[in-house]
Design a protein around this ligand. Structure first.
Ligand code: 6PG
Length: 457
């Protein structure tokens, strides 16, 4: 089986090595010749170079492949995907061939490209998670669509993907470009979990006066149990590191947080679809907020903590709150996928989606087993819900900011306590006659229910 791969950046190079190592013969191209040379030298050191052919242009790549051809794109999302597709068409890619966009593309571009290229070749999409390490040794692969050509690739992807209890973390999760939607939401959850961990650290560090090393020890003890996750483990490691002067590594890093856009897309899509993911939106805005304060002011505010109150935290309660808040971040992401799937008729299989997140990806966690038990299970965790409420209250009392913790508490409280929407509906009808629904489901106006001879002006 011969497959072509375009784009030998960090992800492309590592996925190429993974594929060759598993027995695939690869024809690879990158516009930068150094990237090809580097891949050859890596393949040589693994003794697998006979299964690698680096080509100097896309024409040569297409000529070398027997039709039906399979081409994987690992190029940056955006216009480059189209420019490579067009070059491949000029070079001879045709009907029956499949091109799989494996980058962090916007799913809307995927849908448009499927239409655009439908008479030229099969355009398919796959989100990949796990960074460089994952691509090299086993990523999570969220593919979608039922294009002809997938049957040639599926056995290979099942082999190169990470595996969990013998089950591959590759899956075709649904129709159309839903794989990229699922990967986008994976990143939205990733932003929320990262921020949540940062907030727990913040509470322990400034709220209770612990050092980063002491926080690392707490995270380590949590990681030994059911809270084990990739993001908690790397946070534990980062917090344990110091430079030569015993300054904690985190204290050497500017507070401004960057982003490439997938978290923002998640928030935008959730708002457009009318599906509430407050923790995921809060995490995006938390990153934006870090960019509104100057580095020096941020440093001063963080480490001198003049205006904040010290508190005592029950670590068991904090652990329960963190566990519950983490589950709720996934719960929101899965609700978004479910809602989008219904709107777009993608038939996304949530069990398969979770299967791809079991290993290899950034949001892998041991408690995914609990999430797989479903919403009903999560919503029965009364002690944990109480812990989240209590910890959020105490955290707010410190005067520090906890956007994801507070949003997550608001999310679950809204779902599990009486609503105040009736007053907002009444306000809308009062000034705009937008209509209200009564408990019997009838549509009417305030004036049908009560006498309103005069309104407040
Ligand atoms: C992954 C990651 C990966 C990356 C994103 C998010 O699943 O391997 O999500 O896709 O980290 O690019 O990065 P930003 O934080 O820069 O948006």
């Amino acid at each position: 089986m011969q497959v072509a791969l375009v784009g030998l950046g960090v992800m492309g190079k590592n996925l190429a090595l993974n594929l060759i190592e598993k027995g695939m013969t690869l024809v690879a191209y990158d516009k930068n010749p150094d990237a090809g040379a580097e891949l050859i030298s890596c393949a040589q050191s693994l003794g697998v170079e006979e299964r690698l052919h680096i080509v100097s242009d896309l024409g040569d790549m297409v000529r070398r492949l027997e039709p039906p051809r399979s081409v994987l794109l690992l190029v940056p999302a955006g216009e480059l995907v189209d420019s490579v597709c067009n070059e491949l068409i000029e070079a001879g890619v045709s009907k029956g061939d499949i091109i799989v966009d494996c980058g962090n593309s916007n799913y809307k571009d995927g849908i448009a490209r499927k239409l655009k290229y439908q008479n030229k070749f099969e355009f398919a999409t796959m989100g990949i998670s796990g960074g460089a390490e994952g691509a090299r040794h086993g990523p999570a692969m969220m593919a979608s669509g039922s294009e002809g050509g997938w049957e040639r690739l599926v056995p290979w992807f099942e082999k190169v993907a990470a595996s969990y209890n013998g089950e591959s973390c590759f899956a075709r999760v649904g129709q159309s470009a839903s794989g990229h939607f699922v990967k986008m939401v994976h990143n939205g959850i990733e932003y929320a979990l990262m921020q949540l961990i940062a907030e727990v650290y913040h509470l322990l560090r400034i709220g209770t006066g612990r050092s980063p090393k002491e926080v690392a020890e707490i995270f380590e003890s949590w990681s030994e149990g059911e809270l084990n996750s990739y993001l908690l483990s790397i946070s534990r490691h980062i917090l344990s590191l110091e430079d030569g002067n015993q300054t904690p590594l985190v204290d050497l890093i500017d507070n401004k947080v960057g982003a490439k856009g997938t978290g923002l897309w998640t928030a935008q899509n959730a708002l457009e679809l009318g599906i509430a993911v407050p923790s995921l939106v809060a995490a995006v805005q938390a990153r934006h907020l870090t960019n509104t304060i100057s580095t020096l002011a941020a440093k001063e505010m963080t480490y001198q903590a003049k205006e904040t109150k010290k508190i005592d935290i029950d670590l068991d309660e904090l652990k329960s709150a963190f566990y519950f808040a983490s589950l709720l971040c996934y719960r929101q992401g899965l609700a978004l996928i479910k809602g989008a799937s219904r709107s777009h008729q993608w038939k996304v299989d949530l069990a398969k989606t979770l299967q791809t997140w079991r290993a290899g990806c950034i949001i892998r966690a041991d408690y995914l087993d609990d999430i797989a038990k479903g919403v009903d299970f999560i919503d029965t965790l009364e002690a944990e819900a109480h812990a989240l409420r209590s910890i959020t209250g105490q955290a707010i009392q410190t005067g520090l900011a906890f956007p994801v913790l507070a949003s997550t508490q608001t999310y679950i409280a809204t779902l599990s306590t009486p609503s105040n929407g009736h007053l907002v509906q009444a306000q809308r009808d009062y000034f705009g006659e937008h209509g209200i629904k009564t408990h019997s489901g009838e549509t009417s106006h305030l004036t049908d229910l009560v006498d309103l001879p005069e309104k407040v002006r």
